[in-house]
Design a protein around this ligand. Structure first.
Ligand code: URP
Ligand code: ZN
Ligand code: ZN
Ligand code: ZN
Length: 467
């Protein structure tokens, strides 16, 4: 028995087009589009019709950077795959790519198996995995080839966090050389962690223990230096490079220069860097801890350069780096020592709305909104056109978005399992109304109608965004 849904009368927005069209969904996929009001559209029939008059019909969001249940800083990120993917659905995201972790002394396979076990049967929306490589050795390098073949085609390395996730330049170069051969994409956490640790030690010795010092020691120059170094190592290896969570304007300049040289170098930023700043880190009574993440929030003047980078395509993707820790009991681990505050911010539910607000505010166009939040992350990580667009054959991951609804972001109303909102009180024009994941309504007119286990693992091809 086939199941059909028709979405009528909305403005369908993709990265390339805006058209008033009706959308026919059959068996979980987009079957056809036809201009609304034409005989072709009127011929669409289904068991279910969704009236999208006055609304946007957009591809489900693809959030290529989340950390559900991440063990970090002596605790675990507070969203599980169940709670975090449900919150993602509420926010109009229908695919996440989360980071499986290789612990030092263990294989990539052990890490990947552990992350599959956490996610399987629990997700409300589809999911894939990147692999954090913490221990580059001959075995790990061989395993990278196998992972690429089975759909884990991207590997995160850290120039920060010595003793935890850190790789030295030799390990980075070897992994990049391997990815140049096997088609993998290296994702870099670009901060000079060795130098940062010296500055942390010196700050604490001076009695500088408040959250705001987290931002002061993790200097923009040390992000730029690491970004530059990563670019040069990738160039030597002949490998593409994707720099995650770019926050410093000096790092954007490094990426822009490399791209002007024609290199396959890409950059991701996150809503927290576009909307928040060191002013938040400086909030009194340890409230600043709510905004501790790495790379850190920067002074406000960096924001304009990040928006500019998004417009000029020197930055290509906005992901959340969703890594929530509750204020009570988790962020509080760092009272009296900012270096013990678990790093990370919640946001998987807020990204599509914040970026729509950026459209309203004139930072980006509607089509660029869809490009940076849906289409390019899908292409970058080998899921296009199954994910990231509305076109015949694509998965029917579709959001009905009301561009005129008003909402106020708040911990009182969000669905993430965390006891604060990083955007408390922020007014947003626009709101998700309904969400389909592979043709199934998971949010129906502001009601959750999905279920844990609906989301399936999505193996990925290699990067589809290379020059
Ligand atoms: O502060 C952050 N970003 N926490 C998550 C881990 C990472 O580095 O992405
Ligand atoms: Zn990182
Ligand atoms: Zn991250
Ligand atoms: Zn289902």
């Amino acid at each position: 028995m086939s199941s059909r849904t028709v979405i009528r009368g909305g403005l369908v927005i993709t990265a390339s087009d805006e058209i008033h069209a009706d959308v026919l969904i059959e068996d979980g996929r987009i079957a056809a589009l036809a201009a609304s009001g034409t005989s072709a559209a009127e011929a669409f029939t289904g068991e279910r019709t969704i009236d999208a008059t006055g609304k946007y019909v957009i591809p489900g969001g693809v959030d290529a950077h989340t950390h559900m249940e991440l063990p970090f800083g002596g605790t675990f990120a507070s969203d599980t795959f169940e709670t975090g993917t449900r919150a993602a659905a509420w926010g109009g995201t229908t695919t996440i790519v989360d980071f499986a972790v290789q612990s030092v002394g263990h294989s990539l396979r052990e890490g990947l198996d552990a992350w599959h076990a956490k996610a399987e049967g629990n997700c409300a929306i589809d999911y894939g995995f990147h692999m954090i490589v913490s221990d580059v050795n001959q075995e790990t390098l061989k395993e990278m080839d196998l992972l690429v073949e089975e759909g884990v085609t991207s590997f995160k390395q850290f120039m920060a966090y010595p003793g935890v996730f850190y790789s030295d330049d030799g390990q980075i170069l070897r992994a990049m050389q391997r990815s140049a051969e096997n088609g993998g994409l290296i994702m870099m956490h670009a901060e000079n962690g060795i130098a940062i640790d010296v500055l942390v030690e010196q700050a604490l010795a001076r009695g500088e223990t408040d959250p705001r010092y987290h931002g002061e020691v993790r200097k923009a120059l040390l992000e730029a230096e690491a970004t530059h170094r990563a670019i040069k190592l990738a160039q030597v290896a002949g490998a593409p490079l994707y720099v995650v969570h770019v926050s410093a304007m000096e790092a954007v300049a490094e990426l822009a220069r490399a791209r002007d040289e024609g290199l396959n170098v890409f950059g991701e930023t996150c809503p927290q860097y576009l909307f928040l700043s060191t002013d938040n880190l400086a909030e009194p009574d340890f409230e600043g801890s709510k905004y501790v993440c790495s790379t850190p929030l920067r002074p406000k003047e960096h924001q304009a350069k990040l928006w500019q980078g998004l417009r000029t395509n020197d930055l290509q993707v906005v992901s959340t780096d969703h890594c929530p820790f509750c204020f009570v009991g988790q962020k509080e681990l760092g009272r009296g020592d900012f270096s013990k505050i678990p790093n990370g911010l919640p946001g998987v539910e807020n990204r599509m709305d914040l970026l729509h607000q950026a459209v309203v505010d004139g930072h980006i166009t509607r089509r660029r909104w869809i490009e940076i939040a849906c289409a390019t992350p899908a292409r970058m990580f080998g899921m296009y056109p199954k994910k990231g667009t509305i076109a015949p054959g694509a998965d029917a991951d579709v959001v009905i978005y009301d561009p005129h609804a008003e909402q106020v972001l708040s911990v009182e109303t969000h669905h993430m399992n965390v006891d604060y909102s990083a955007y408390e009180g922020k007014r947003i024009t626009g709101r998700v109304e309904s969400v389909l994941s592979r043709g199934e309504l998971v949010i129906t007119e502001r009601e959750y109608t999905g279920h844990a286990g609906h989301g399936v693992y999505t193996p990925r091809s290699t990067c589809q965004y290379l020059n």
